[in-house]
Design a protein around this ligand. Structure first.
Ligand code: BES
Ligand code: ZN
Length: 967
């Protein structure tokens, strides 16, 4: 192999040198490729014929395991990476005999030794090395020729801790720089992690995309690297690819040239060096996509997608919104966008929704591509918010990175908060900022009210293994993180919040921080601005981030006494986690009295008296706009007064609080703090309510009633009551839309129109059902779809539920032929609505067949089926029976497993089901639950709560519905 491959000092010639190196070594790599093929096929390697027969994994020298550095999941601190020179060649065609797709690579990392050591420990996972027995072909060279480099004693892989270990015959010495060079191959699998393969069909031809998903710990699956977020370095990336394909990475293209390797004419694209960055933010892509672009203040913005998607202008919306959102964040952060370009790409297979790779953001297609003819207003909103979320990370997360994964909640929580600010900038007429209350605050309240919840923060030492890191991507990190940061920004005021944020970003740019660094900067801003707070930012926020859960604040207007208590959905559940604050919080209280906003109050202790809150005729309403992360309860008199305003003059109560009253009441009732009847009473006024948020909040809560009662005698009267409540809303939208022929002007009206139709159909309003079946039939018979995209999900669902195999098969064929993923997704969820068990079971079988349902969609499809009352037991049996298969084949996703377990068990409410769940947990203890581990505990706790709740409430609820359903 050419000596030139081992690059030294001169950065300028790196590209050229690498080029020569790549050429020289690709041929050698084909040997490794053959070995790879054989290995992946479980073939016994031939002992002759020139193929190396040495095992790729050399056993580690004998030693007591846990005492060795390579058995620890965290890297030793002795070596610090500076630059990586990585060349990768993904093969977009499979090997004809093994049918496997692979990539080949070579990489040189330049690092500094900061503590003398004779060990190089670097992450490497599922990569294959070859060459010589003892060294795996690894080479070590000095950066400065004057420095002595010890020879390599041996090199081996540690698959458990995912390391490549290089043991030296002498020591690397502190203060010196070295280079470690490797060549390797890996499988370009369809496993959605590391360097992976995505497939799609265009003009009848199957096409392959090579792409990456590194976060949190899969960069090591693409090339050997110090794969921890604080190990920032500069990356020099080169991709070798076929003619007719494009290559993308984080940085701009430096040059793209023709090369011939082993007689093959190829392209070599060399990228500019990246900024100093973390490995989890890297991205490499080879595909034959098209793009559209614009330039905003000299910044190049591009949207990449399948050629037909670009030709159909499906990238235009994203392209038009990116510039303004970037501008917004530049102002918000007071920091110009740190990179020279911003690429975003829509991928046919992608596990999460989107990933904030620095300069090359990856999305699933539904999260980036918009087409007026197919996308609903909610699809559009998701695109705007998800773009805002990922762009927010370009600074918060990418420019300044949390030191370790235990602080992930701050990274994801922050982006999940400011995504609403960014989306508001893109679509100022939509009132999207209000929606955080439903999508995050209310959503996470349900989880954070369980005894099995956990605090936002965790100790660095407790988060070590990849599975532990993956588990952190949960609703607590995202939605509670977002909720408490919104509360913080509110009580500091946005000016003070951004002031602290801006100095934080300036201080730690291109570096790493811990969450308390942000508190310190905010505290400095508090002092500079003379903001009046009852305690330091640190002390106030500790009560929200160091202990799990949240309080219910009770206001007794007869005395003015306000008090707080840890809110638990099941008041009898046992809390085993001690709290450093005894489950007390420092609570900011925004409130109003009979419609007039009052001064902010703080509750610092278990209870306090606030004279102004004493009232006998006035109504008191606390937690205005639900900016605070807590629930509110009142004395009976105040509840009566609130319900009376709600029923006579509901507009006096801010719309977000109308949603809150319902949500708080239902949850207080579940926690046995108020009666279920009082909670149900908060829904009576809906007969006059037209706004989206209160209706959505009610539907979310009634969903629990459906889950608990749709197989019982409560179901009929409940349907009668709800039909009565929703009929005026249905008529209202029917008029507004001129008999369903127009689209409501306001964004929230578009949403609520969908609610009106879906509840009306669900409760059996005949006019609604006829509407659904007529439209669907029209589509089926004429092949022209008359249904507006906003209404498609609900109409498809209702028509398929009312129909049989003919309707199902028609929808399935439309699913297979859909030209845009957003349409396919609507059908995919609607297909789960059929009431025919055999169709549901057949559909369940499809979910694990990747040629029918993409791997990225498997678990969510099973959950759709479980949401159907007929499908739930089928889905549960299916998941139980195949857990270990699902777990091994679909285990990569971070959110999907908790969603799957919660999804298939959320209807559980009998002892029999609880026993099954416990059995499931025991049976699969050896297989494990990965990122769904916590969900198993949550499901058990939820089931126990449901059993008790039904016992206590069924009769009351039945009687209440019977009474109220009367005309
Ligand atoms: N960093 C995440 C993507 C991610 C999630 C990577 C889990 C690895 C594991 C990204 O910033 C993100 O949060 N995406 C969200 C979208 C967002 C709008 C909440 C997603 O993928 O759903
Ligand atoms: Zn994120």
């Amino acid at each position: 192999m050419g000596k030139g491959f081992y690059i030294s000092k001169a950065v300028g010639i790196v590209g050229i040198v690498l080029c020569a190196g790549a050429l020289a070594t690709i041929i050698a790599l084909s040997v490794v490729y053959s070995q790879e093929k054989a290995k992946n096929n479980n073939q016994v390697l031939p002992t002759d014929g020139g193929l190396t027969t040495k095992p790729t994994v050399t056993p580690a020298p004998t030693s007591t395991p846990s005492s060795e550095l390579w058995d620890k999941y965290r890297l030793p601190k002795s070596l610090v990476p500076l630059n990586y020179y990585v060349t990768l060649r993904p093969h977009l065609t499979p090997d004809p005999t093994t049918k496997l797709y692979i990539f080949e690579g070579e990489s040189t990392v330049e690092f500094e030794c900061v503590e003398d050591t004779d060990l190089i420990i670097i992450h490497s996972h599922k990569l294959n090395y070859s060459d010589s027995e003892k060294t795996l072909g690894v080479r070590l060279t000095p950066v400065n020729d004057a420095v002595n480099v010890p020879t390599i004693k041996s090199a081996w892989l540690q698959p458990v801790t995912q390391y490549l270990v290089v043991q030296l015959n002498g020591k690397l010495t502190s203060g010196n720089r070295y280079q470690l060079s490797t060549k390797f191959t890996g499988e370009l699998a369809d496993d959605l992690g590391g360097f992976y393969r995505s497939e799609y069909k265009e003009d009848g031809v199957t096409k392959i995309v090579a792409t990456t998903q590194m976060q949190p710990t899969d960069a090591r699956k693409a090339f050997p690297c110090f794969d921890e977020p604080a190990m920032k370095a500069v990356f020099y990336i080169t991709l070798i690819h076929d003619h007719g394909t494009i290559a993308l990475s984080n940085a701009e293209e430096k040059e793209s040239t023709n090369v011939t390797i082993a007689g093959q004419d190829l392209r070599m694209t060399v990228f500019e060096p990246t900024k100093k960055m973390s490995t989890y933010l890297l991205a490499f892509i080879v595909c034959d996509f098209d793009f559209i672009s614009n330039t905003t203040d000299q910044l190049l913005i591009r949207i990449f997608a399948r050629k037909s998607a670009i030709a159909a202008d499906q990238g235009e919306y994203a392209l038009n919104k990116t510039g303004p959102i970037l501008k917004f964040f530049e102002k918000y952060y007071n920091s110009s966008y740190p990179l020279p370009k911003s690429d975003q790409i829509a991928l046919p297979d992608f596990n999460a929704g989107a990933m904030e790779n620095w300069g090359l953001i990856t999305y699933r297609e539904t999260a980036l591509l918009y087409d007026e003819a197919y996308s609903s207003s909610s699809n559009k909103e998701r695109i705007a918010t998800i773009i805002a979320h990922e762009l927010a990370h370009m600074w918060f997360g990418n420019l300044v990175t949390l030191r370790w994964w235990n602080d992930l909640w701050l990274n994801e929580g922050f982006a999940s908060y400011v995504e609403y600010l960014g989306a508001h900038e893109a679509e100022p007429d939509w009132n999207v900022k209000d929606l955080i209350v439903l999508s995050d605050v209310h959503r996470v309240f349900a989880i954070d009210a369980l005894a099995s919840s956990h605090p936002l923060t965790s100790n660095e030492d407790d988060i070590q293994k990849p599975a532990q890191i993956s588990e952190l991507f949960d609703a607590i990190s995202y939605s509670k993180g977002a909720s408490v940061l919104r509360m913080l920004s509110d009580f500091l005021t946005e000016d003070v919040f951004t002031m602290g944020l801006q100095t934080y970003l300036a201080e730690f740019a291109f570096g790493n921080a811990v969450y308390t660094d942000l508190w310190n900067h905010l505290q400095t801003a508090v002092i500079a601005s003379k903001t009046d707070l009852p305690d330091t930012v640190h002390n106030i926020m500790n009560t929200w981030v160091l202990q799990m859960g949240f309080p219910v604040v009770t206001i007794d207007t007869t005395t003015g006494v306000i008090s707080q208590k840890h809110f638990l959905l099941d008041p009898n559940s046992e809390i085993t986690t001690p709290s450093p604050f005894n489950y007390e919080w420092i609570v900011p209280i925004r409130w109003m009295k009979t419609g007039k906003t009052q001064d902010l109050q703080w509750l610092k202790d278990k209870s306090a008296t606030i004279d102004a809150m004493k009232a006998s005729a006035d109504w008191v309403l606390a937690n205005l706009d639900v900016v605070g992360y807590y629930r509110v309860n009142y004395d009976e008199g105040n509840w009566d007064r609130l319900l009376s305003v709600q029923s006579t003059n509901h507009e006096l109560i801010p719309v977000i609080n109308r949603a809150q009253l319902v949500d708080d009441a239902f949850n207080l009732a579940r926690a046995q703090i108020i009666s279920t009847v009082l909670a149900l009473n908060t829904t009576k006024y809906l007969i006059r309510e037209r706004e989206y948020m209160p209706w959505q909040s009610t539907l979310n809560n009634l969903d629990f009633f459906y889950l608990m009662f749709d197989r019982t005698e409560v179901y009929g009267p409940m349907q009668d009551y709800l039909r009565k409540q929703v009929t005026p809303l249905f008529d209202y939208y029917k008029t507004m839309t001129d008999n369903w022929s127009k689209v409501p002007d306001k964004h929230m009206d578009q949403y609520n129109q969908v609610n009106a139709i879906s509840l009306a159909c669900r409760t059996g309003l005949e006019e609604c059902q006829t509407l659904a079946t007529t439209w669907f039939e029209q589509w089926r018979t004429t092949n022209i779809n008359p249904i507006h995209p906003n209404l498609r999900s609900t109409i498809y669902c209702n028509a398929i539920a009312a129909g049989g195999a003919v309707e199902w098969d028609f929808a399935w064929s439309q699913f297979l032929n859909a030209t845009i993923a957003i349409e396919a997704d609507k059908l995919r969820s609607a297909l789960a609505c059929t009431k025919q068990p055999w169709l549901l079971n057949r559909y369940l079988e499809y979910t694990l067949n990747p040629t029918l349902i993409r791997k990225q969609d498997a678990t969510s499809t099973i959950v759709y089926i479980a949401n159907n009352v007929v499908g739930q037991p089928l889905a549960w049996d299916f998941v139980r029976a195949r857990w270990s298969y699902i777990f091994t084949e679909y285990g990569g996703g971070s959110f999907s497993f908790s969603n799957l377990i919660n999804g298939v068990t959320k209807r559980f409410s009998t002892q029999f089901e609880l026993d099954q769940l416990e059995q499931f947990k025991a049976d699969n203890a050896d297989v494990g639950f990965g990122s769904g581990t916590m969900a198993v505990e949550q499901s058990i706790e939820r089931t126990i709560g449901n059993i008790k709740w039904i016992e206590k409430n069924k009769e009351n609820v039945l009687n209440w519905f019977l009474d109220e359903a009367k005309p």
